[in-house]
Ligand binder design. Structure first.
Ligand code: ZN
Length: 334
C-alpha cells in the first residue's frame, strides 16, 4: 500500500525501472512511510500480474503470499525479525536493537538459492542503520557481487550512519516528506483529533503513534511550561510521576521541542513543534536568558541517553525543570 502523498515518488521510481540496480537505498525522514513504500515496491517486483504503473495486482498467488508474509522469495532483515530474543535482550540491557551478522548470513544463503516463482528474490533491510559493523561488512560482500535476479531494498532515515562503502553500492532514492495539507487530510481521515497540533508536534511527519491520553497529558505539560513558576514546575513533575507507565523520555522530548521553539523565536526563526503556542512562547522569548537556555538544552541532551534507566523520574524531572526556570530567573515577571 502506498500513502496518498507517495504517488509522485512512485512515478519517479518507475521511471528508473529500466535500469534497475541490484540495491536501492530508500532514504527520508522518520514517519513519512518509507517502509510502506519499500514493501509496495517489493510486492510489485514479485507480483505475477502487475497492472498499470507497475501496481501489484493484489490477486495473484505472489500477492497473496506477500500479504500474509509467507512469500518464499522475499526476506525481511530487521532487528525485530526475531522478536522473542531481541525483545528480551533489549528490555534487560537497554541496548539499541541491532541487525546481527547471523541474520545477514541467513539472507545471504537465501539470496544464493534459486527463486521459487517468477525468478526474482527481494531482500528488505530495515532500518539499515541498525546493522552492526560485522553485519554491515557481511552485507557489503554480497552487495559487491550480487547474485543474479536478487534485489536489495535498504531503508534508512539516517543514511549517514551506514558504511560509505554500502551507500556507494546502492542507488539512493530520497522519499519526499508530504506537504502539510496532504498530511492533514490523511490524518483527519484517520480520525486524529487536533491534527494540526499533532502533525506539528511530530515535525510534519504524519506517521506517529497516536495516543489521545498522552496528547492530553502533553497539552497539560506544555501549558505548565508556558507559565514557569517554582510551584508550577513541581506540579508538572508530580503530574508526570503520577503516570507510572510514562517513560521520562516523553516529558524530556516535549521539553526539548519546547526549547527548540523558544530558541527559534529568540533567533527570529519559525516555530516548528508548537505553532499553536506562539503567544505563550513569544512572551517567554521576550524575557529569556539565552545562555541559560543553551545550558538547559545541553543538560537535556546529556540526560536523554540515561532517561530510560533512571530510577527516580520525579527527581530527575524536577532538576531539569529547575534548570528550565533559570532561563527566566533574570526577569522580574518570573
Ligand atoms: Zn499480484
Amino acid at each position: 500500500m502506498l500513502y496518498p502523498w507517495q504517488s509522485e515518488d512512485w512515478q519517479r521510481l518507475n521511471a528508473e525501472r529500466e535500469r534497475m540496480p541490484g540495491a536501492w537505498l530508500l532514504t527520508g525522514g522518520a514517519g513519512i512511510g518509507k517502509l510502506a513504500f519499500a514493501e509496495h515496491l517489493a510486492q510489485s517486483l514479485l507480483c505475477e500480474n502487475p497492472g498499470a504503473g507497475h501496481q501489484p495486482c493484489g490477486q495473484c498467488q505472489a500477492c497473496r503470499w506477500f500479504a500474509s508474509g509467507t512469500h518464499p522469495d522475499f526476506r525481511r532483515l530487521s532487528p525485530f525479525s526475531d522478536e522473542d530474543e531481541e525483545g528480551k535482550e533489549s528490555k534487560t540491557t537497554r541496548k539499541l536493537p541491532q541487525i546481527k551478522i547471523e541474520a545477514v548470513r541467513e539472507v545471504i544463503d537465501f539470496a544464493h538459492l534459486t527463486a521459487h516463482r517468477a525468478g526474482r528474490r527481494v531482500i528488505l533491510v530495515e532500518p539499515a542503520e541498525n546493522l552492526n559493523l560485522a553485519a554491515a561488512n557481511a552485507l557489503l560482500k554480497i552487495l559487491e557481487e550480487p547474485p543474479e535476479a536478487v534485489l536489495f531494498l535498504l531503508v534508512s532515515h539516517a543514511p549517514q550512519r551506514l558504511l560509505p562503502t554500502i551507500r556507494s553500492r546502492c542507488r539512493q532514492f530520497a522519499l519526499t516528506r508530504p506537504a502539510e495539507a496532504a498530511a492533514l487530510v490523511w490524518l483527519r481521515e484517520q480520525g486524529i483529533a487536533n491534527a494540526e497540533v499533532e502533525l506539528a508536534h511530530n515535525g510534519g511527519a504524519p506517521l506517529f503513534d497516536h495516543d489521545p491520553d498522552l496528547a492530553a497529558l502533553r497539552a497539560q505539560f506544555v501549558r505548565g511550561l508556558g507559565q514557569p513558576s517554582f510551584a508550577g514546575m513541581l506540579q508538572l513533575a508530580e503530574l508526570v510521576d503520577k503516570n507510572k507507565q510514562l517513560s521520562l523520555l516523553q516529558p524530556l522530548s516535549w521539553l526539548q521541542k519546547w526549547l527548540h521553539d523558544l530558541a527559534a523565536l529568540c533567533l527570529a526563526g519559525r516555530l516548528r513543534y508548537y505553532p499553536d503556542q506562539e503567544r505563550a512562547l513569544s512572551a517567554l522569548a521576550a524575557r529569556c536568558d539565552t545562555t541559560q537556555l543553551m545550558a538547559c538544552q545541553r543538560g537535556l541532551t546529556e540526560l536523554a541517553p540515561f532517561a530510560q534507566h533512571t530510577l527516580n523520574n520525579r527527581l530527575q524531572l524536577e532538576a531539569v525543570l529547575m534548570d528550565y526556570l533559570m532561563i527566566f530567573a533574570g526577569s522580574k515577571a518570573g
